[in-house]
Design a protein around this ligand. Structure first.
Ligand code: FES
Ligand SMILES: [Fe+2]
Length: 427
């Protein structure tokens, strides 16, 4: 459990909060690059860390990110005309370049001083790995973009799905670093009502051993989280996930380790989170079949994404389409879709979960460590210590993995192949 003040400090992201200030030291993923497809394309509305913004590309294709409302009389710049090197407000025609400078002020005399004294607030923007990133922190502290593996691959080797979750980013993130819930929430039932697992090879181990031993190893970029389950008489099954500051996860998947997956829990505001679900194939391009399977069919992570709204059709209002017959006979939760299952429990906790009411157990060790790290880092920044991980994008060049190791191995860090499994080839 957390004290009420710690819960506030951990979760709030607006300007001037300690976590908000901390998150603003990192580059923030805001859009897929394809949402701003080319020069003078339609602008995009962005809400991030509680700030309303508008993103666009100018006639030269350069990215800009401005305050959402025009500095004149607060009309939405999103409705603006994107033309000849800037975005023009449709209310009285003020026009801004990507840095927020006024290019044209047609409802004022030519000698008006306003042109040089007023600016729209703007933030630096970059494109990397098919994603548009924004930096909302102090200009002289600009960090590096985290070199996450999917971003280093060609577009044919990655696929990104994203959707809005209606709850605070930390409780959404906690689901991903909680290795013990996969023995329950995401499992299916056999005809006799027994749970039969959520994926292929490792299913048996995850199903048999429901109270994994959690080993948490602090790193420069966050935490390595090992979940150890009994495998055979003389071996353990280890599933090692990564939590990377501030809200990235890499999940230890199947034993062959060819396909990568993880999430990015980017705060829209205190009570909404953009959940990005990158899926990638380090061994070559995704086949069409793999690509389809990520979004369709019985094993798709996201089953009810509405492409128009960007939200799940399964929601709190319809009890996440839970089917009680399905729950009795086919699945532990009765909810279709892994992400829908995670979202149902995270949103169901309330917009910001009251952590003073929890009763944590051994299986929650990684969650405790993650909270401590985030709170410690945010308070250190408040006291003048800049976050080192933000400044070193190369720290993020790591993988998650799974392994069968002998029972004599007390820590996953003794895995002799760890350096190979962890390291990315040079992009
Ligand atoms: S409100 Fe934008 S030009 Fe007047
Ligand atoms: Fe989950």
């Amino acid at each position: 459990m957390l004290k009420a003040q710690d819960n506030e400090d951990l979760t709030r992201v607006g300007p001037g909060t300690i976590m908000g200030d901390y998150l603003r030291r990192f580059w923030t993923p805001i859009l897929e690059a394809s949402e701003l497809p080319g020069p003078d394309c339609d602008p995009a509305e962005v809400r991030i860390l509680g700030e309303n913004l508008v993103a666009f590309r100018d006639s030269a294709g350069q990215l800009g990110l401005l305050q959402a409302l025009c500095p004149h009389r607060q009309a939405p710049l999103f409705y603006g005309r994107n033309e000849e090197g800037g975005l023009r407000c449709i209310y009285h025609g003020w026009k801004f370049d990507i840095t927020g400078r006024i290019l044209d002020l047609p409802n004022e005399p030519p000698d008006s001083p306003v042109k040089n004294t007023i600016r729209a607030k703007s933030y630096p923007v970059r494109e990397w790995g098919g994603v548009v990133w924004a930096y909302l922190g102090p200009a002289d502290k600009q960090p590096e973009i985290p070199q996450l593996e999917w971003g280093t691959l060609p577009p044919s080797g990655r696929q990104i799905i994203k959707y809005v979750q209606r709850c605070n980013w930390v409780q959404a993130l906690e689901g991903d670093i909680d290795s013990s819930h996969v023995s329950f929430l995401h499992t299916k039932l056999d005809p006799k009502g027994n749970r039969v697992g959520y994926n292929q090879q490792s299913v048996g181990y995850v199903m048999r051993d429901k109270h994994p031993k959690i080993e948490v190893v602090p790193t420069d970029y966050g935490l390595m989280i090992g979940a150890r389950r009994d495998a055979e008489e003389d071996s353990y099954y280890w599933r090692i996930s990564q939590w990377l500051l501030p809200y990235y996860t890499l999940i230890g998947g199947d034993l062959d380790g060819k396909l990568g997956f993880g999430e990015m829990y980017v705060p829209i505001d205190d009570t909404h989170t953009m959940v990005w679900c990158p899926r990638w194939s380090a061994g070559g391009p995704f086949t069409e079949e793999q690509r389809r399977r990520n979004i369709e069919g019985p094993d798709a992570a996201v089953r009810t994404l509405d492409p128009v709204t960007g939200e799940l059709r399964a929601s709190k209002a319809n009890h996440f389409l839970q089917d009680r017959l399905l729950q009795r006979n086919y699945s532990f939760s009765g909810i279709l879709g892994v992400r829908e299952q995670d979202t149902a429990v995270a949103e169901g906790m309330g917009a910001i979960v009251d952590r003073t009411q929890e009763h944590l157990v051994q299986g929650d060790a990684a969650i405790v460590a993650m909270r401590r790290t985030l709170l410690g880092n945010a308070r250190a920044l408040r006291d003048g210590e800049e976050p080192p991980a933000a400044a070193q994008g190369s720290l993020y060049r790591v993988r998650a993995w799974s392994a069968i190791l002998p029972r004599t191995t007390v820590s996953f860090t003794q895995d002799p192949k760890m350096p190979v499994r962890l390291a990315l080839a040079d992009a």
